[in-house]
Design a protein around this ligand. Structure first.
Ligand SMILES: [Zn+2]
Ligand SMILES: [Zn+2]
Length: 108
């Protein structure tokens, strides 16, 4: 456990210490690109700094939290991520099921 954790940046293809990668969440997910590459890319595109962050995170349409993309269900048919995070999605589905069931019962 003497070697510090390193990670290869896909942009410059150099192994760099984890500290060189900006974190997207405290103590969690790290941005795939190292800081110098990210800065260069941001400067290149002329966009705001969190533009690069939006690429791997998404704001949930229900709880309005910015979460990593793998928190969202991937909809194969539409080739996009669901606009609700997994947590909100399951709450939404349970509610939808309950409402449907109620309307079925009301029809009888
Ligand atoms: Zn890099
Ligand atoms: Zn949510």
């Amino acid at each position: 456990m003497t070697t510090p954790a390193k990670r290869t940046c896909p942009c410059c293809r150099k192994p760099k210490p984890l500290a060189s990668f900006p974190s997207l969440q405290p103590g969690g997910l790290l941005h795939p690109y190292c800081r110098p590459c990210l800065t260069a890319r941001v400067r290149q595109s002329g966009r705001a700094r969190d533009q690069a962050v939006t690429a791997v995170t998404k704001v949930c349409a229900l709880c309005a939290q910015r979460l990593p993309l793998d928190t969202f269900h991937w909809i194969k048919s539409s080739q996009t991520h669901h606009s609700y995070c997994r947590g909100c999605h399951s709450v939404y589905m349970a509610e939808r099921y309950r409402r449907r069931r109620r309307s079925v019962l009301a029809q009888k």
